[in-house]
Design a protein around this ligand. Sequence first.
Ligand SMILES: *Cc1c(COP(=O)(O)O)cnc(C)c1O
Length: 432
Amino acid sequence: MRPGLQRGEDGSLYWEEVALEAIAARFGTPCYVYSRAVLEANWRAFGQALEGRPHLVCFAVKANSNLAVLELLARLGAGFDVVSGGELERVLRVGGDPARVVFAGVGKSRAELERALEVGIRCFNVESGAELERLEEIAAAHGVQAPIAPRLNPDIDAATHPYIATGLRDSKFGLERRQALHCYRHAAAAPHLRPIGLACHIGSQVLDLKPFRETLKYLLQLADKLRAEGLEVEHLDCGGGLGIRYRDEQIPATAELGRALGAVLDESKTPHPELLLEPGRAVAGPAGLLLTRVEYLKETTAQRFAIVDAAMNDLLRPALYNAWHEIVEVRAPDPNVLAKPEQTWEVVGPICETGDLLGSGRRLRPAPGALLAVLDTGAYGAVMASNYNSRPRPCEVLVDGTEARLVRRRETTEDLWRTEPHPPKAPGRKHN
Ligand SMILES: *Cc1c(COP(=O)(O)O)cnc(C)c1O
């Protein structure tokens, strides 16, 4: 069983102290449910892993940008890694400290750069020479100095899904070594730029420590070279990417990551720079689940389908990355049902796409009306939800001990066309 999840004596699942059945009854389905305790424990593990060394942990907002989630982390003194102006505004909205914000992304717009300069973020992780030029021009126009760290593409294989590998040579992310060095030297000489660090992010759902060690070694070696030229390097940002156990993956604990990075630092002769990490999935992923109800069972000569009320618009990962999420029955089947053999089911949503699948070949004993929980969906779940097939996006609920509170209401039908000009309703017309 996952941290925070337990089966009560009545055979039904509890997330912290709250029955998932009670949450479904109160808020409806589909519904994302987050556990404060799991989120905070995962967050604290990073600070503990780097204890005794200068460090800053920046939560990757794109993994879960719900204001309630960000607020909990901001209260714990979190830094934040943002990849858009919208994410920056969310951080500011919950009182997050801009001096602990790093800003990555290959396509930062003029407006985004201006706003981030205005609020005084910690660092711009620069991904191209053209971006550096634009930033310098804006900083000069405002008479300020922009703190920057070139984001390097180290050509390190994170051995993950191609869509979430970002550190390979042919990827759109980061700068090659030569260009990054050039950016750093240029920034050091430019009155409106201040180079403060070097950054990397090699990919997501990384399953072992080797790529992290290699990344840090790569950054240290570059920092040594810059220092030999008389240029200071205050921090090294190793990005995010630590994986989580969705199925049976063997994932190093956060503490092991800390020890591995610490060992690399201790081996280097140069003064230790501050270490930055940008975890998203490892903090938020295991802290969320998606509750969904079985609408219909449908058997064909080829397959058994459990058709549920959540779909790829609510949780895109299985359709987009062929990702595997454990799916469990919220109420353990009663003994009569348990006596029957388990069968394998395709758990699918109502959307008109064959790819609309939450899980394939699952051993379940589903019944119409039964509740299922799709686990480890706290990261890249709700944030990727869309209105495809004109489906209102699901609600989000935060559980804290015995309490459950709505942290995003379910969208209504009206919400679907809120941003579209539309004719007033024709009076008197009957809709049958
Ligand atoms: C997505 C992203 C992260 C977070 O990745 P996780 O795998 O969720 O830890 C960190 N840094 C950058 C620049 C990212 O784009």
